[in-house]
Design a protein around this ligand. Sequence first.
Ligand code: AMP
Length: 398
Amino acid sequence: MNSIDQFNFKHKKVLIRVDYNVPLNGNFEITDSTRIDATIPTIERVLKHGGSVILMSHLGRPKSGPENKFSLKHLCSYLSEKLKRDVQFADDCIGERAKKISSELKKGDVLLLENLRFYKEETAGNRRFAEQLALLGDVYINDAFGTAHRAHASTAIIADFFPENKMFGYIMENEIQNINKVFRNPDRPFTAILGGAKVSGKIEIINTLLDKVDNLIIGGGMMFTFIKALGGNIGSSLVEEKLFDLAMDTINYAKDKNVNLYLPLDAVIADEFSNEANRKIVSSYDIPDRWMGLDIGPDAIQKYNTVISQSHTILWNGPMGVFEMSNFENGTKSVARSVAKATKEGCFSLIGGGDSVAAINKYGLKNQVGYISTGGGAMLEFIEGKILPGIAAIERSF
Ligand code: AMP
């Protein structure tokens, strides 16, 4: 496998799969450019070493065919500004026009292709479509970790057309390195912090984590499924009754594995799902009818802070409460600050999943944690030990 640092890009047309699925406002202005900014080092590496770049991405979820609001043309001016050169645009990601523009690219030129998902063949992983994309370049780089768990045409299938000239970009390399750092040989104690609305979709990861961690801290809406399964009264808090058995299995498995499983002792409860609701702090196991838990309470915060401060490796995925509302953000904010403090004292912290990343950004801590993963779903699947098609396609040799 080639490395982007060693490859000679001179006179090569380099097709880079990026994740430019960025939020746009009503005027089609980018409201959070993090994903674009993260790709600049990979692009600049190619340009600096004599290549030209063809960028391809998806944006949103177009239903059938082109839609203006999902057009990547809205990103051109920002990209031109970032790369300090004119970025050309092809209004179709395959076909004669795209072929013509790409064939005329000169050293240092950058071309952005229209949204890949204007073709349903992209998500279907269609081979013919992947081949048409492949015609545009001499080298393929995958730098889209957020979609690495999907076997789409541009993230996996296309790699077959570049048996010699395929590689990871810097984002992919960093993701793989940092996630491996946590899971191959973590410094102990190793603590995982899981939150967010639901348990469903996270059971598999919880069980995988129990094989690896010393402490598992649970918060967010998902805590109530565990608390109810243990016989607590949770009022009208979020709950997934179908998962009681699985929740109990998890609790027992943690005991078998000698993992400390922490559920919050207390909760901040509200009489409606609103920032203006009446609030109380009660035991998480004794929530009155018609009240709902929307954050972890002060005792839980104190306990969690202690566990976090004693950890040497931390993985955090999911907020502790409804942190979007200021009256229910304390748990998430405290955990974010504790993780930053532990990191300062030498702990390695890995943050993943859209909402915990949003929380870290909201509290201005993004430069105070170990590594922020760009792909929530992809990160969890990677941790579970699943083979990610986007990674396998690059690593596979013929
Ligand atoms: P997820 O997508 O599963 O990571 O869930 C993230 C969402 O969970 C955030 O929007 C939070 O507002 C929400 N959340 C966290 N705690 C609670 C709670 N106790 N009740 C309802 N929603 C919650």
